[in-house]
Write a protein that binds this ligand. Sequence first.
Ligand SMILES: NC(=O)c1ccc[n+]([C@@H]2O[C@H](COP(=O)([O-])OP(=O)(O)OC[C@H]3O[C@@H](n4cnc5c(N)ncnc54)[C@H](O)[C@@H]3O)[C@@H](O)[C@H]2O)c1
Ligand SMILES: [Zn+2]
Ligand SMILES: [Zn+2]
Length: 348
Amino acid sequence: MKALVYHGPGQKAWEDVPDASIREPTDVVVKVDTTTICGTDLHILHGDVPAVTDGRILGHEAVGTVTAVGDAIKGFSVGDRVLVPAITKCGRCEYCQRSMPSHCQTVGGIGWIFGHLIDGTQAESVRVPYADTSLYAVPASVTNEQAIFLADSLPTGYEVGVLAGKVRPGDTVAVVGAGAVGLSAILTTGLWGASRVIAIDTNKFRLDMARDFGATDTVEAGDNTTADVLALTDGVGVDVSIEAVGYPETLLTAASLVRPGGTIANIGVHGVPVSLPMQDMWIQNVTLTMGLVDTVSIPTLLKMVASGRIPAEKMGTHSFTFAQMDEAYDVFKNAAENSALKVVITPS
Ligand SMILES: NC(=O)c1ccc[n+]([C@@H]2O[C@H](COP(=O)([O-])OP(=O)(O)OC[C@H]3O[C@@H](n4cnc5c(N)ncnc54)[C@H](O)[C@@H]3O)[C@@H](O)[C@H]2O)c1
Ligand SMILES: [Zn+2]
Ligand SMILES: [Zn+2]
């Protein structure tokens, strides 16, 4: 089969590799019908994730068809259409039992293994460990182009942003960064009845998209971001401030927007230390949350997509075939120039 193989920083190739096959009785093999690229894949290609080594197949999001099942598999059969989420879970370890499979101890000490610790989903087929507890059946009313965004970005914006931030009816919410993850937070903030959602980004195209995804106000990020947001909230700040970029300055912005008693929900993956103004923050009774997505909200989100409440298909702005994998990466990497959000990649 063919797959996108990582060969060290800046190096990748769509090349021939051995076919994905069953190794453990709890495995399933899935033929990949749709995949996509995540910002984390770009981090890997920059060499920021040393656990990813030469020869690893990239990708941690897929929708596909089961082609082989291990002897212990009870819940899936050949031919089933399934969602392969970014997080794999054994279902039995202490973290899985606490609904925190992001730290599943059995699959490698961390729930994110595809395109990280084992071969991933940017391939013609993928081996899925602990498939009974990790895969989701995709309802007939949900298309592949909708389901693919439930593998990572939608649950991340919802769980690490909206749920961790405890958005409640009537709340005012700020979202710093309107990429796929920030837009997912904006899209799902409405499920909890936020009265106002303020999107903040440096990119005008993303701010236009934010309105389309449910933002009531947009603020172009710059020197006056904090003052602009405070002006929109009668000078008090927002109830929930969500960070979805991953830079020190954007976390500081998010922290500057929250009102006393509010929550700062950090989603961004940070690569360097951030120094927070604790001398001002301690007296504000604010909460700061952070974490790796668990993807445990997928069943809820699948229902909301199936019923039309979450238009997940809006995430996909560009489509490519497997043979155009390099082009897909180029467009995604230069998303601002290409008015791109997420790319949808299919076999042909
Ligand atoms: N915690 C998790 O489990 C988890 C999971 C997936 C992704 N992430 C992280 O979430 C973050 C967002 O992911 P994404 O895929 O949406 O990324 P993205 O690059 O598509 O989006 C980031 C957005 O931030 C905007 N931005 C850049 N600098 C800014 C600034 N100074 N002020 C305001 N906006 C600015 C960009 O224009 C872009 O729209 C990343 O750090 C990613 O690694 C975290
Ligand atoms: Zn990802
Ligand atoms: Zn586990």
